[in-house]
Design a protein around this ligand. Structure first.
Ligand code: NDP
Ligand code: 2IT
Length: 444
């Protein structure tokens, strides 16, 4: 049996029941077979893949807090410190009832390759809790965040592990988490990114994931002699990534006709009015259905189904496995020719394989959504320098980083004889730097 297959079997056997983690590892290992099979003894000897697929450390802890009725609540808290070969652990915190160890391990694993692709010195990690911020008062969110950080602060630091936001963790949560870290550790340091602009945050971090997604989409289209101008775009989700992907796509002349949340989706043939979405989602924390109540001519549909809307470009920006094989078939049947993933692993493996087989433009999440973490690394640089760069400076660097990622991914795919397969390209290009650093540092 090949070394890659042996390691995949080992991962399944040693991590029972962790379907998302298996899925993420399998996709990467299938790509890496192109690199490893020809030199497998070398890789086997240093146990490189066994080490790459085992997190350096997982911290799991109790998060007790008191709700507004005076009742004690207990949530699970985690931090997965996956790989620090190229820099301190870096990656978001997710607060969502679905959070478990499998989901955080898949996210931490993907983060290792994503962070490598940015070209910046950041290792990979992820954390979070099964806490659901939906419907909680600000005081409850603060109580939860303070309790979460009281434990997490023992394991993180500006040169050690630097968390940020993800699903359910935005500016409000980062503020409460940062305040508690500073209070306990007595350090005013860049231990979290996505901070507010008055206390060490970076301009353009809020926009970065969505803007970066659109920059790399534009770059893919450019290489085909096309652009986003005049294209019809469907974006799933209506959170941080979806909102700023919509904003940049519109700025580049695309018409975004749909957005969604976990309850349903809206369709606006005239193009989404983003100021209304921001008011519903960023200010009032409401439901996307409210858009249809406010905008005449727009339609709200309960449930899944956003991928049945005809478009040229699809940008899944909600969550993992939100786009399956059936969705992929419907998208392509309706004329879609380009899919770029704003979310992490939003396409199932079957959907991904279908996109590759049909040779549409497909950019996987670990390349397409890397603009967020890249800009987090720029926030870390500014914190270390004790400086704040202008919006234009950060946005300019973000754009250059996304174009650089496109080039690395496209080049790696070509070097290994699978030109245009950006899934293999991203996995291989991300792997090369991490593998080199791990080899140089010995068996650790
Ligand atoms: P937000 O919490 O701001 O928004 C998440 C959006 O996705 C909401 O519209 C939410 O709907 C929807 N959603 C979440 N979970 C589900 C689900 N299980 N089923 C259907 N819809 C769901 O998160 P972000 O925008 O920050 O994150 C979106 C995706 O982008 C995630 O995959 C995240 O890992 C990824 N990402 C985020 C980065 C960042 O910088 N924030 C960077 C790189 C990737 P509802 O409100 O109803 O729950
Ligand atoms: O998935 C991701 O890359 C993020 N949620 C952002 C991580 C970060 O550290 O900015």
């Amino acid at each position: 049996m090949s070394y890659v297959s042996e390691v995949m079997e080992r991962v399944v056997a040693k991590n029972p029941g962790e379907a998302e983690f298996h899925q993420a590892v399998k996709e990467v290992l299938d790509s890496l077979a192109l690199v490893i099979d020809a030199h497998e003894e070398e890789f086997r000897k240093s146990g490189l893949l066994e080490r790459l697929t085992e997190p350096e450390r997982i911290v799991s802890f109790r998060v007790p807090w008191v709700d507004d009725k005076g009742a004690v609540q207990v949530n699970k808290g985690y931090r997965v410190q996956f790989n620090s070969a190229i820099g301190p652990y870096k990656g978001g915190l997710r607060f969502h009832p679905s959070v478990n160890q499998s989901i955080l391990k898949f996210l931490g694993f993907e983060q290792v390759f994503k962070n490598s692709l940015t070209g910046l010195p950041i290792g990979g990690g992820k954390g979070g809790s099964d806490f659901d911020p939906k419907g909680k008062s600000d005081r409850e969110v603060m109580a939860f965040c303070q309790s979460f950080m009281t434990e997490l602060c023992k394991y993180i630091g500006a040169d050690q592990d630097v968390p940020a936001g993800d699903i359910g963790v935005g500016g409000r949560e980062i503020g409460y988490l940062y305040g508690q870290y500073k209070r306990i550790r007595g350090l005013y340091e860049g231990v979290l990114t996505g901070k507010g602009l008055t206390y060490g945050g970076s301009l353009a971090r809020t926009q970065a994931t969505g803007y970066g997604l659109v920059y790399i989409t534009q770059e893919m289209l450019k290489h085909e002699g096309q652009s986003l101008a005049g294209k019809t775009v469907v974006v799933s989700g209506s959170g941080n990534v979806a909102i700023y992907a919509t904003e940049k796509a519109q700025a580049l002349g695309a018409k975004v006709v749909a957005l969604s949340d976990s309850n349903g989706y809206i369709y606006d043939a005239d193009g989404i009015k983003l100021d209304i979405v921001k008011e519903i989602k960023e200010v009032r924390r409401g439901r996307i259905s409210e858009y249809a109540e406010k905008v005449a001519g727009s339609v709200y549909t309960e449930g899944k189904g956003i991928w049945s809307i005809a478009c040229d470009v699809a940008l899944p920006c909600a969550t993992q496995n939100e786009l399956n094989l059936e969705d992929a078939k419907v998208l392509l049947a309706n004329g879609c020719t380009c899919v770029a993933e704003g979310a992490n692993m939003p396409s199932t493996r079957e959907a991904t394989d279908y996109f590759l087989e049909k040779k549409i433009l497909f950019m996987p999440g670990k390349a397409a959504n890397a603009g967020g973490v890249a800009t987090s690394a720029l926030e870390m640089s500014q914190n270390s320098q004790r400086l704040s760069w202008t919006f234009e400076e950060v946005d300019g660097k973000l754009k250059d980083i996304m174009i650089g990622i496109y080039e690395k991914v496209s080049d790696a795919a070509s070097r290994y004889g699978v030109a245009g397969n950006f899934v293999a390209g991203a996995n291989i290009a991300g792997f090369e730097k991490v593998a080199d650093a791990m080899n140089a540092q010995g068996i650790v």
